[in-house]
Design a protein around this ligand. Structure first.
Ligand code: HEM
Length: 239
């Protein structure tokens, strides 16, 4: 239960988020001033783009919304794809036989999706599984529950990249990047980043886990608890 209380991870997260938002707001204000003085260009980067683009009603994004979008991009662009690459190394160490890299990466994101779910606001009253959800409620949808459902995936806890052969899973049952209009905007970039990673270090070396029983923890992304210490060998290494 998330309670904002001194000493809790939530309190720490709120403090860190306020600090980062404060720094980003300074940068945003500076950019606004630079744009007004002609010292910055309208097309120089995403920040200028967010400041200068309005929606169909002529409304511009608020500073706070720009700041949270930037935090989302920083986390998505760095942490999340990094978490997937770490987990790929873990599975490569456990199951080193070469399989199609694309299927393997997909199966890693099914079994250990770095982001476990996301939030939505109910735009209307509706009934789900006998529960009435009133309009305006904030809901958490859990993608890991769908990924581990026996209804959609046989032996859901087994690492089996062949699930993605042929037509693959039923639509909306494999959703590591979310779904619908709010789907992750970094999806294609992340896929490319992961495949480049798999093609280079992961293909050239064999890995051995130093802590084979190391657990995966959600903090908040799925990550090995001790940072996944490994030993690397070239593929032609003979013990
Ligand atoms: C394997 C890597 C990644 C995974 C698994 C992932 C997953 C997700 C998920 C599940 C969401 C929530 C979607 C929803 O609510 O339906 C999301 C949102 C988002 N992702 Fe990613 N992501 C990844 C990489 C990236 C990268 C590389 C970027 C940017 C360069 C990025 C930027 C974002 C942003 C900005 C949002 C928020 C979108 C919004 O609120 O409209 N992500 N991501």
């Amino acid at each position: 239960m998330p309670i904002d209380f001194p000493g809790t991870p939530l309190r720490k997260a709120i403090k860190a988020s306020n600090l980062i938002n404060g720094k980003l707001t300074e940068i945003i204000k500076q950019r606004k001033a630079d744009l007004a003085d002609g010292k910055a260009s309208l097309t120089q980067d995403l920040l200028s783009h967010m400041l200068m683009t309005c929606d169909e009603d002529g409304t511009y994004m608020k500073e706070f919304d720009i700041s949270t979008k930037i935090i989302g991009l920083l986390i998505g662009g760095y942490e999340v794809a990094g978490a997937v690459c770490t987990l790929i190394v873990k599975f490569l160490a456990e199951l080193p036989h070469i399989y199609d890299a694309v299927y393997k990466a997909q199966e890693v994101m099914r079994l250990t999706p770095p982001i476990q779910g996301s939030f939505r606001e109910a735009s209307t009253n509706f009934v789900f599984n006998g529960y009435t959800i009133p309009k305006g409620w904030i809901l958490y949808w859990s993608l890991i529950t769908t990924h581990k459902s026996v209804e959609y995936f046989q032996e859901p806890d087994k690492f089996d990249p062949s699930r993605f052969k042929g037509t693959g899973p039923t639509p909306y049952t494999y959703v590591p990047f979310g779904g619908g209009p709010m789907m992750c905007p970094g999806k294609e970039y992340a896929r490319m980043e992961i495949l480049v990673f798999m093609h280079n270090p992961a293909k050239r070396v064999k890995c051995e886990r130093l802590l084979p029983q190391e657990k995966i923890v959600m903090d908040p992304l799925a990550m090995p608890a001790k940072g996944l210490p490994i030993r690397l060998f070239p593929h032609n290494h003979i013990n």
